[in-house]
Design a protein around this ligand. Sequence first.
Ligand code: G1P
Length: 293
Amino acid sequence: MALKGIGKAVIPAAGLGTRFLPLTKAQPKEMIPVVDKPTIQYAVEEAVQSGINDILIITGRGKRAIEDHFDRSFELEATLREKNDLANLAELESIAQLAEIHYIRQKHPAGLGHAILCAAKHVGQESFAVLLGDIITDDPPSTCELVEAYNDVGTSIIAVEQVPMEKISSYGVIKGGHLGGGLYEVEDLIEKPSLDEAPSNLAVLGRYVLTPGIFAALERTPPGRGGEIQLTDGLKTLLDKERICALEVTGRRFDIGNKLDWLKATVELALADEEIGPELREFLKETVACREF
Ligand code: G1P
């Protein structure tokens, strides 16, 4: 099915990365490598695969490496050209041409909802996608699934997945009426509920397609969990005015913002890599699987 209707994506990447200290003391968590690419490149590629070419990255202090990564690198390119290393040269040039990337700085960390508000002027009156910069989804990328579903329902739509209840308080959680297939009518949302408060096991996984109505809703949303303006609370405010749907997506998701999931993602994606996958598989089979834990 041809994807239409969503031209812009916002990637919030201003968070401090405190779950990954000390690694994130002097480098952005979004630049943490998974196999041979920084995490945020996966998000940019996912947006592009979903038919989106205009990408706004919300950065903050200490995030310059992100801009440098998507920029041209003339010295490096000249050196590779001299060495006739055409494969690496082509790859570097393609990164700089992936999409039309814009940047806005969130001047102080005031929450995910506040970061999205920073995008209001750039986005204007269009529906847009949001991809959290420290999450990787694939097989198929969740944004592709969301954009396709948005073309049907025409409302804001949130990607969700079922998570074990003992992990539910790490996520935004929805209360939803099942509409059939993977689709839900959102009736309520709560950011990082306790086990008792959680209305379901359907967790918000960091991919959204939102109508521009979210901006007025976020402006009316007071600080919530952690004293920050939460996107989940903004969506709850939006529910007063607009219908919101949720889609239980079918692909895989890795949360790169914590050490264990980052390690799992690295192993999974390295196993799928043509160059290093076969040898890594042998190493895991022969060396790790035989070990007593
Ligand atoms: C954010 C959102 C949360 C969502 C999660 C997905 O939380 O606030 O609603 O479930 O991403 O990873 P964070 O993990 O940034 O604390």
